[in-house]
Write a protein that binds this ligand. Structure first.
Ligand SMILES: [Zn+2]
Length: 365
């Protein structure tokens, strides 16, 4: 089969012929319909510090990718829930049954969980194998380009809903105009957030934010713009009930704590290049009575269940976020678009099969 493989410990990747792997007893073999490019893939493609330490040269060659939708074509002998012919997507976090977190119902953050496309071969290929436990059966009729993005859409949904899902009628700030930030806007709109602010750096992405439901878009690069004052002004002077940090920028996080109202909730999702942040701890957290949630992954499988229902409801406006639909062989173009500054794209979905690619492109017309 054809696969996009990280072959060498240096920037880039190659389209290669590799063997289709045989599913182990607890695994399913999936024929890929669609697979989307994530920021994590870009880290590995660039072979930055994170990928050098997290993956390392010794494990190469490895197939990239983890966001996927496809059909189960073979299952191992111990597989019970998933059947040949099922139309599935894949939860990236593979839980370890013996982890404390798994036993406590927090399997998405288990100490020893593994990650598809990071700890094992991924989905930028015609086929991939994954353990049955991470196969999620899609609602029928969801086009593969949407089924493929459920993993990041799950990040957005979990980040927005938090642990209690108490968001209807609230005000929310979304810091960051990357694909997951934009998806959070669409979800916020669908679940009844009353006022949505988005900060970001790129006009193209802020335009998409408006299309999918943002009430206010605020350029984060504009030094003259007092974003904190604007959020306060439009929230009765209180600040926002919910702040989602989805930019990975230290300055945005610091601003976010100032935008948060007393007693509000801050969900930390974006990964910072520098982990030691300057933060007004007393006023930003203690006296504010802030609730802070770290968001890593998706609740398994509560988040997936909600995402499926939202997708099936047709209430999410995601079309403007899927900006590029391309063939798997054009992955270089996809990565170039992901790395382009200023960004002219949001979510990029690849299709290994040319007739499925054509169908997807026709759906957009
Ligand atoms: Zn992803």
């Amino acid at each position: 089969m054809r696969a996009v493989v990280k072959t060498k410990p240096q920037p880039g990747a190659e389209l290669r012929e590799v063997d289709i792997s045989v599913p182990a007893a607890d695994e399913a073999l999936i024929k890929v319909q669609a697979t989307s490019i994530c920021g994590t893939d870009v880290h590995i493609y660039k072979w930055d510090n994170w990928s050098q330490t997290r993956i390392g040269a010794a494990r190469l060659p490895q197939v990239l990718g983890h966001e996927v939708a496809g059909d189960v074509v073979e299952v191992g002998r111990n597989v019970k829930r998933i059947k040949v012919g099922d139309y599935v997507s894949v939860e990236t976090h593979i839980p370890e049954p013996s982890d404390l977190q798994t036993l406590l119902g927090q399997m998405h953050i288990g100490e020893n969980m593994k990650i598809v496309g990071v700890d094992r071969d991924g989905s930028f290929a015609e086929y991939l194998t994954v353990p049955e436990v991470v196969c999620w059966i899609n609602a029928p009729g969801i086009p593969p380009e949407y089924a493929s993005i459920q993993e990041p859409l799950g990040n957005a949904t979990y980040c927005l809903l938090g642990e209690d899902g108490d968001v209807a009628g609230t005000t929310a700030v979304i810091l960051g105009d990357g694909p997951i930030g934009l998806m959070a806007v669409a979800v916020a709109r669908a679940v009844g957030v009353a006022k949505i602010f988005v900060t970001g750096l790129f006009d193209h992405c802020l335009d998409i934010a408006k299309q999918v439901g943002a009430d206010y878009v605020l350029n984060a690069g504009d030094q003259a713009l007092d974003r904190v004052a604007i959020v306060r002004e439009h929230t009765g002077g209180f600040g926002a009930d919910i702040v989602l940090e989805m930019s990975g920028a230290p300055q945005a996080a610091a601003e976010g704590f100032k935008m948060l109202r007393k007693g509000g909730r801050f969900s930390a999702f974006g990964v910072m290049s520098e982990s030691n942040l300057a933060l007004d701890y007393n006023n930003g957290i203690v006296f504010k009575g802030a609730r802070i949630y770290g968001i890593n992954g998706r609740r398994m499988f509560d988040t997936w269940y909600r995402v499926r229902n939202l997708l099936a409801s047709d209430r999410l406006n995601l079309a403007p976020i899927i900006t590029n639909i391309i063939g798997l062989e054009d992955f270089e173009l996809g990565f170039a678009q992901m790395l382009e500054i200023p960004r002219q794209s949001a979510k990029i979905v690849m299709f290994p099969n040319s007739s499925l690619l054509k169908q997807a492109q026709n759906r957009r017309k």
